[in-house]
Design a protein around this ligand. Sequence first.
Ligand code: TK8
Length: 339
Amino acid sequence: MTVLRRSLLAAAAATLAAAAVAPAFAQDIRPRLIRFGYGLNEQSNQGRAVKVFAEEVERLSGGKMKIRAFGGASLGSDNQMQQALIGGAQEMMVGSTATLVGIAQEMALWDTPFLFNDVREADAILDGPIGEKVKARLEPKGLVGLVYWENGFRNLTNNKRAITRLEDLDGVKLRVMQNNVFLDSFRSLGANAVPLPFSELFSALETKAVDGQENPFNTIVSSKFYEVQKFLTVTNHVYSPWIVTVSRKFWDGLSAAEKKVLVDAAKKSRDFERKDTRDEAARALADLKARGMQVNALSPAEAARMRDRLTRVNASVATSVGMDLWQETQGALAKLRAK
Ligand code: TK8
């Protein structure tokens, strides 16, 4: 072996050894500034989880990747932010899956009234192959879905009257998300459903442009809807996920190590967020009562009537998401329920 050859080999061995010792990916992480938008305020469950995500990204990237968070829809409504992500003008956001249906219609699966009976079912389906499949539909459209967070089971508030029977909804002007399943659902219940972005909701309630809205307890507390809404009816009519998304234009320019930082931090934020949301939801009802909201639960008979009316939209959801995905979901839920 020549001296040159021997020293080349030695150098190669040294490089390998160094690679094994040094955090293999440190050199693949570059300084990055990530603008992360969300609709609720900083004091909400959404805001708290964004903070956990930001801290984790900084920690995992050794301070190189920084999240600049923008709450309260200060970068725009869910729909506006989605377009900014697709165009590459914003890097990340979290928002309702319901507002993504215009981009990937399979997202309508999550809008199915009474799809999940409890959070165990929601976690299993969202984090399993079906949730992955639906998430993957965003990629050809310019968005990368990382994880689902819990928005939660939705309940009805309004200013007109306590909703004790289906007929009480007649003529109630109810804000819904910009989504056809929600629109159809509440129209079929007799309400005068009006689609509006969340960012316009508080003032619409305050100015009485609408009579009511529906959202999880957490949001009714954190967005102070109790200040402008008198009646709360516990309906749990649908479980809403949030989804953390990245601009595909930005994502495609990241190294494998940088992508891993975002994925790992997103999973950590998800686990934190679900626990935090559930803890808060468990306290929220008492909180809302204490703040003066008049709360009622539907009688079992009225709940069944509402459920029956609402599940009439199932056929249209099945058509928009595709019969295969619909049946796969029903099958997976049946299996979970048999356990
Ligand atoms: C926040 C929304 C909100 C949703 C809605 O941006 O619009 O009612 O429940 O959480 O995504």
